[in-house]
Ligand binder design. Structure first.
Ligand code: GLC
Length: 586
């Protein structure tokens, strides 16, 4: 038996960590379940086919009923929506498609009434090209203070016709776009690690630094409980923008090898200077009452590099993408849990766990593919299609494993319904990756298809009309919330029971977990993960044979159906169970 010391801050009394109830005292984020709302696709209040803030507010009771502690809202700020809102034109206002600022205030107030914390997205690596700063930069011309907020450079070649470096955009194509100067002549180039509509800011400019501290205060003053920091590992670039001609991958199938043999981060990622930015932000948050938090979206490896973002004077949490891209394999998952827990405990931060978000194929679909995991490019109609039943069974088993782990967990809207990705026809695709790669990379639209609430309603209750900005597959009708609520064994009821039990048993705030062997399970050892935590016994059977559950243990929750062999209860393959007792045998 080995012990993994997770979620425990050194020199911290365990009692101080226990804050599983939203609205409770203490460092709530250490054990919180945080539900990601993707505003375009959650609920459409006005029937235009695009989700909005009033739609979200009206559906907040769903989140309270589900039993999560907080919601994280993907960007709803003013934006031309060329990267679905991750191209922000005004950080202090709401996009008219989503509502007005008062709608954001109303959403925050209603969430707080319901005991839910609110985390908003902050996009500091780049603005939209429609941001006032970028317009001013184009108008002002080379050498101006307006251009110094971004990364404008002269081109190479006799007439500046070649980009300043060979850097590639994460979304495909070059990371530089040439401008036309105010007098009509071909001009300087600007850097964009993502779409050309998303110019990168220059974080060595004190004005940029000040501006974002001010944006933080703007939303902190409005009552938000935290920020999810977009591309947190990208803000600072290596001095002089040195040449780099490899792919600029970010959301990769595997994080290993991202930094090449040398393990030196590429000049655009994971530079030392980003930590100074987050130390300053932490100081801003610490001025505010009420346990505000920062969570990093940082695709870095190994996990020790990730842990540097959550040192005691930096952010509070970082997404664990290593866990997300892991195959559904007992040894691989156990290694992820151990490595993450160890690295996070070393800096006093809680581990986090996540299986789905708006950038990856949903885990129900991923696990239904023959590859059973990883991070495939979104699905096209002509691709190998997932097996929906296998995918759902695996997803449910993976979810019950994840929700039992000590630390904080993220749930992406619709996963509580077991939604698969929608297969979006090519002519409906909106992710800029699709165009930027010349239609080679399908992109992320499949996981962004609007959520079904009522099986028989137009747009399955997404909004009051049939309009939906991405087409919904017919199966979303069968999976709609109203088809699953109060239905024993439904995925929705499984999530609800899991979140209730997680809270009752204080699984999230458990100071660690003890791996255990199950008596009689030796023959399937490789495929079984079993551990004790907070008085519960969690058994995930990811192998091919049924596992005999310990006699006398009370079964609290199962992701599938138990089998029997005489008196003995059998946990079938691809199934996770939560049990209580009997006491652990040493
Ligand atoms: C993050 C977001 C993703 C966006 C990108 C650029 O990875 O999660 O959706 O496209 O940053 O802002």
């Amino acid at each position: 038996m080995t012990t993994t010391d997770a979620a425990r801050a050194p020199e911290t009394d365990a009692d101080q960590q226990v804050s599983t109830t939203a609205g409770g005292r203490g460092e709530w984020w250490r054990s919180a379940v945080i539900y990601q709302v993707y505003p375009r696709s959650f609920a459409d209040g006005d029937g235009d086919g695009m989700g909005d803030l009033p739609g979200i507010t009206a559906r907040l009771p769903h989140l309270a009923e589900l039993g999560v502690d907080a919601l994280w809202l993907s960007p709803f700020y003013t934006s031309p929506q060329l990267d679905a809102g991750y191209d922000v034109a005004d950080y202090r206002d709401v996009d008219p498609r989503f509502g007005v600022l008062a709608d954001a205030d109303a959403l925050i107030a209603r969430a707080h009434e319901l005991g839910l914390r609110v985390v908003v997205d902050l996009v500091p690596n780049h603005t939209s090209w429609e941001h006032a700063w970028f317009r001013a930069a184009l108008a002002a011309g080379p050498g101006s203070p307006e251009r110094a907020r971004y990364l404008f450079r002269d081109g190479r070649g006799e007439h500046g016709e070649l980009p300043p470096t060979s850097w590639r955009s994460v979304f495909g194509g070059p990371a530089w776009t040439r401008t036309t100067e105010p007098d009509g002549t071909p001009g300087q180039w600007y850097l964009h690690l993502f779409d050309s509509s998303q110019p990168d800011l220059d974080w060595s400019n004190p004005e940029v630094v000040r501006e974002f501290q001010d944006v933080l205060r703007f939303w902190l003053d409005r009552g938000v409980d935290g920020f999810r920091v977009d591309v947190a590992h990208g803000l600072v670039k290596a001095d002089g923008l040195p040449e780099w001609d490899a792919e600029t991958e970010m959301i990769t199938g595997t994080l290993a090898g991202q930094h090449g043999e040398s393990r030196t981060p590429p000049p655009m990622w994971d530079q030392e200077g980003v930590h100074e930015v987050y130390r300053a932000w932490r100081a801003v948050l610490d001025e505010y009452e009420g346990d505000r938090m920062l969570v990093a979206e940082a695709w870095v490896d190994p996990v020790e590099r990730l842990a540097r973002y959550v040192r005691p004077d930096e952010m509070h949490q970082a997404f664990n993408f290593g866990y997300l891209v892991s195959p559904l394999d007992a040894a691989a998952l156990k290694a992820q849990v151990e490595e993450t827990s160890r690295a996070m405990a070393a800096v006093g931060a809680p581990p986090t766990w996540v299986l789905s978000n708006h950038d990856v194929v949903r885990h129900t679909t991923r696990f239904g593919l023959s590859t059973a995991g990883g991070n495939p490019d979104g699905l096209a109609a002509g691709d190998d299609q997932p097996d929906p039943a296998v995918g759902l069974q695996r997803a449910r088993a993976a979810t019950l494993l994840m929700l039992a782990l000590p630390g904080s967990a993220y749930v992406y809207q619709g996963e509580e319904l077991g939604l698969p990705d929608g297969v979006v026809p090519d002519d409906a695709r909106q992710d800029p990756t699709w165009e930027r790669t010349g239609h080679e990379v399908n992109g992320r639209d499949g996981c962004r298809v609007p959520v079904p609430w009522e099986g028989d309603a137009p747009s399955f209750g997404f909004g009051p009309t049939a309009a939906s900005w991405l087409p919904q597959p017919a199966v979303y009708g069968e999976l709609a919330l109203d088809r699953q609520r109060d239905v024993p064994g439904s995925t929705y009821e499984m999530y609800r029971a899991a979140l209730r039990l997680r809270r009752e048993l204080a699984l999230g705030s458990s100071p660690g977990l003890d791996w255990t062997d199950l008596d009689g399970a030796a023959e399937v050892e490789g495929g079984v993960l079993a551990f004790r935590s907070s008085g519960a016994l969690v058994v995930a059977n990811l192998g091919g044979e049924p596992v005999r559950l310990p006699d006398g243990a009370e079964v609290l929750l199962v992701s599938g159906e138990l089998g029997h062999d005489g008196e003995a209860r059998l946990l079938p393959p691809t199934t996770t169970a939560w049990l209580r007792g009997p006491a652990a045998t040493a």
